[in-house]
Design a protein around this ligand. Sequence first.
Ligand code: THU
Length: 129
Amino acid sequence: MNNIVSDKELCDIAIDIQKNAYAPYSDFRVGAALLCSDGTVYTGVNIENASYGATVCAERCAIFKAVSEGRKDLVKIAITSSSGDFTMPCGMCRQVMTEFMPDGEVIVTNGKEIKNYKVSELMPFGFVL
Ligand code: THU
């Protein structure tokens, strides 16, 4: 079910979509690719704003696109950035992952190597109501 798109393919999609990041303030461009259980991929980029707090991260962009389309089967999300290093999701994105993909996986790539984590290990004791 989750093997329709390989981790490498998901990372390549994240790397490709990074070109659409809107990051004129930080110049730190992030791309994300979120896989659902049937193989559907939702992409996301960071979208900054002159009012900095209105910025949305690439991960939440992708997750909100999927959730807004009615998806409840979020499996894994790949993340890449313009830093050339591995970019780990911020705390707010980890909390959102806890909400919508608590059993899911996070894949980070620096463009050469891939690292895999469980959402639950990146966000132990996340807030739940
Ligand atoms: N950013 C993301 O999109 N995802 C992360 O995991 C870390 C941070 C964005 C937010 C902001 O546009 C820029 O990177 C610098 O913080």
